[in-house]
Design a protein around this ligand. Structure first.
Ligand SMILES: N[C@@H](CCC(=O)N[C@@H](CS)C(=O)NCC(=O)O)C(=O)O
Length: 208
């Protein structure tokens, strides 16, 4: 059975868990990272030299790290040509750009907000950095809000890896105790995600 190494509270682990549910793929999740440690043990580092989560491990010993690469790999292996990650180059590229954008742009300010509000004691919080991160993230979410005009899903007509890659961050953005611009299309996307069992189980949970 597929083994997924990583704590359930990790956004990057959450993406992989939701995809496995969409694919109907049985898996065993093993706690690692954060207070669970393990990521600096030699056996883990041999699979993932970045000492981060998630890492997937298949029964024959094949292992892989980088969450968005894992998403692409699992669709390619278990549901090639699926609308989750279609074969058509243009349809695929429209989805992949949001995956790269999530990693290259959205991730930074969203991590700052999470760490400031949930991982740092109140007296030690850098509120100026928090304000800068909220402003930057708001700009990025405005881009998503505009892109959703006339469509429910981010990458096209149906659920795709674009949605799964941004899902943990969308859930957090809409639930962080911060001031946000009204965003009806983001809320509609979140509602559509919430109707999927895998999202509800692994992502639509209290922020920790
Ligand atoms: N680009 C990597 C980032 C992986 C990453 O930074 N994961 C975080 C959790 S979201 C982590 O491992 N943090 C350290 C830890 O949990 O011990 C990916 O998408 O997989």
């Amino acid at each position: 059975m597929l083994k997924i190494w990583g704590r359930a509270s990790s956004s990057n682990v959450m993406k992989v868990l939701w995809l496995c549910e969409e694919l109907g793929l049985p898996f065993e999740r093993v706690d690692a990272g954060g207070s669970f440690g393990r990521v600096n043990e030699a056996a883990y580092l041999a699979m993932n030299p970045m000492a981060r989560v998630p890492t997937i491990e298949e029964p024959d010993g094949f292992s892989l790290w980088e969450s968005n690469t894992i998403l692409r790999y699992l669709v390619g292996r278990h549901a090639p040509g699926s609308p989750l990650h279609p074969a058509d180059p243009r349809a695929r590229a429209r989805i992949e750009r949001w995956m790269d954008w999530q990693l290259g742009h959205l991730n930074g300010p969203m991590t700052t907000i999470l760490f400031t509000l949930y991982r740092t004691p109140e007296p030690e919080r850098d509120m100026a950095a928090l304000a800068r991160a909220v402003a930057e993230a708001q700009g990025y979410w405005n881009i998503v809000e505009a892109a959703l005009e006339g469509q429910t899903w981010l990458g096209g007509e149906s659920l795709s890896l674009a949605d799964i890659a941004i899902a943990p961050y969308l859930h957090r953005w809409l639930h962080f105790p911060i001031a946000r611009t009204e965003s009806p299309r983001l809320k509609a996307l979140h509602a559509a995600m919430s109707a999927r069992a895998g999202f509800a189980r692994h992502i639509g949970v209290p922020i920790a």
